[in-house]
Design a protein around this ligand. Structure first.
Ligand code: TRP
Ligand code: SF4
Length: 405
C-alpha cells in the first residue's frame, strides 16, 4: 500500500454519526460521493471522534448511528470496491497525527476558524468551550493529511477547514521538510533517474524556478510519477526540490466545493435535523405519505377552489427537485387556476420520493439481514486505511526526528 495517491488524486471525506441520514444528506452529499468514487481513489469515513466534540455529554447517539450510517451509504450506492470505507477511531494514527500537528499550530489559526464561534452561538444548549471543540478543525486536517488527499469534497461551511489544512501542511513542510544536505541529496536522487531524465528534470526545474513556467512543473511531476527505480524518499525530495524549499511530506489538499444542497425540508427551509423538517432516507412509506399530506401549502388556498401561487408554497420547491417539465407545467397552471387540489399536487412528490426510496429500502434490508457483511466491509476498509496511515505516520515521525526506537 503506497502512501502516494494515484493518478487522478485521492479524495477523502467524512461524516459525523449523530443521527439518521435524511434526503438532504442524499441529495447534498451522498450523490456527490457516489459520482466521485468512479473518478478518484476515494476514502470515506465515519467521523466518530468528530461527533464526540459536540456529543461528549451523551455519546449514545454515536454508537446508535455508526452502523446505520454505513448501511445508508451502502444502500444509496457507495460501493466498497470503488471506495475505502472506515471508522475514524479504528485508525488511531489519526489521534497521533492530530497531537503532533497541534504542537506547531498557532492558537490564533484555530480561534479564527469561523465555525468555532458560529457553532458555539448556534448550539447554545451545549458547552462547547472545550479544548476538543477548538481543536476539531485540526483533527480534520489530520484526517485529510493522513491520506495525502488531493481533493476534499466539502460544503461551504467547511472550506475554511481545508484552508487551515493547507496552512498546516505548508508549515509542517517548512519546519520539517528541511534536512541537512537537502540539495546534494536531491541532486543525487536526480542522477538515479538516468542521465537523460536527470537532464530533463533539471531543465524543467530551471524553467519553473526562473520563469514560473507551470507547464514545466507539471511535466516534471509527471516525469517523477513515471520513475520506477527511485525510492519513495528520493521521489519526495525531487518533488520538493522542484519548488525550492525541502521535501514535501504532507501535500496541500484542495477543497472540492459541493454545490450547496437545494433540498428543501417540509417547511420550505433547508432540510435539517435542527429544523425538524426532514424525511429520513429510510422513512417508512406510510410516514412519507403522512408527512407530505400534512405539509403546509400556499396559505391562500383555504378552500379547494381558492387559486394559489406555487412561489408561495414549499411543495413547489420539492417539484423543483423531483418533477419533470410537464408535471411542473401542470402544477403551475393547475394551482393558479384551482384546477388541481393540493393533494393531487402532492401526489406527484409522494410517488417520486417513494420511487427514489424503494431500491434504497431494499438494499438496506439486505444489509440489515446480513450485518456481518457490513462489519466485514468496515473491517477491511479500516485495515486498508490503517496501512496508509501507518506509512504517513512513519514519514511524519522521521521528519520530526521522532524515529528513535
Ligand atoms: N467536519 C466534517 C463535518 O462536520 C466531517 C469531517 C471530519 C470531514 N473529517 C473530515 C470532512 C475530513 C471532510 C474531510 O461535516
Ligand atoms: Fe402548493 Fe401544489 Fe397546493 Fe399549489 S397546488 S398551493 S403548489 S401544493
Amino acid at each position: 500500500m503506497s502512501s502516494i495517491p494515484g493518478q487522478n488524486g485521492r479524495v477523502l471525506s467524512g461524516m459525523r454519526p449523530t443521527g439518521q441520514l435524511h434526503l438532504g444528506h442524499y441529495h447534498g452529499v451522498l450523490k456527490n460521493w457516489i459520482r466521485l468514487q468512479h473518478e478518484y481513489e476515494c476514502y470515506f469515513f465515519v467521523a466518530d471522534w468528530h461527533a464526540l466534540t459536540t456529543h461528549y455529554e451523551d455519546p449514545s447517539i454515536i454508537a446508535a448511528s455508526v452502523w446505520e450510517m454505513v448501511i445508508d451509504w451502502l444502500a444509496c450506492g457507495i460501493n466498497p470496491s470503488n471506495a475505502t470505507l472506515f471508522i475514524q477511531s479504528r485508525v488511531p494514527e489519526h489521534a497521533e497525527l492530530h497531537l503532533l500537528l497541534s504542537m506547531m499550530t498557532p492558537l490564533g489559526w484555530l480561534e479564527r476558524v469561523p465555525s468555532y464561534k458560529d457553532q458555539q452561538d448556534k448550539l447554545k444548549e451545549k458547552d462547547l468551550a472545550t479544548y476538543g471543540f477548538l481543536g476539531y478543525p485540526l483533527l480534520q486536517s489530520a484526517d485529510i493529511l493522513m491520506y495525502k488527499a488531493s481533493q476534499v469534497p466539502v460544503g461551504e461551511d467547511q472550506v475554511a477547514h481545508v484552508e487551515l489544512t493547507r496552512e498546516v501542511a505548508r508549515r509542517f513542510n517548512h519546519l520539517y521538510g528541511r534536512e541537512p544536505g537537502f540539495e546534494e541529496k536531491a541532486e543525487a536522487a536526480a542522477k538515479k533517474m538516468g542521465k537523460k531524465n536527470a537532464k530533463l528534470y533539471r531543465e524543467l526545474r530551471r524553467r519553473y524556478q526562473e520563469q514560473g513556467d507551470h507547464e514545466a512543473i507539471e511535466t516534471a511531476r509527471a516525469l517523477l510519477e513515471e520513475q520506477q527505480n527511485i525510492t519513495l524518499i528520493d521521489r519526495e525530495r525531487l518533488f520538493g526540490y522542484l519548488e525550492g524549499g525541502g521535501k514535501i511530506i504532507l501535500p496541500e489538499p484542495h477543497a472540492l466545493l459541493t454545490p450547496t444542497s437545494k433540498m428543501p425540508g417540509l417547511d420550505g427551509q433547508k432540510m435539517s435535523k435542527s429544523y425538524n423538517n426532514t424525511i429520513s432516507l429510510r422513512e417508512p412509506p406510510e410516514a412519507v405519505e403522512q408527512k407530505l399530506r400534512t405539509m403546509p401549502t400556499d396559505p391562500a388556498r383555504v378552500r379547494r377552489n381558492d387559486p394559489g401561487d406555487p412561489a408561495k408554497c414549499p411543495v413547489w420547491q420539492l417539484h423543483e427537485v423531483y418533477s419533470d417539465e410537464s408535471v411542473r407545467e401542470g402544477v403551475q397552471q393547475g394551482c393558479r387556476s384551482a384546477a388541481i387540489g393540493c393533494l393531487d399536487c402532492k401526489k406527484h412528490i409522494i410517488d417520486a420520493i417513494l420511487e427514489e426510496q424503494a431500491p434504497i429500502h431494499e438494499r438496506a434490508q439486505e444489509y440489515m439481514n446480513n450485518p456481518d457483511i457490513v462489519r466485514n466491509i468496515i473491517n477491511e476498509g479500516s485495515e486498508k486505511a490503517r496501512d496508509v496511515a501507518k506509512q504517513t505516520i512513519d514519514e511524519v515521525r522521521q521528519a520530526m526526528g521522532l524515529a528513535y526506537r
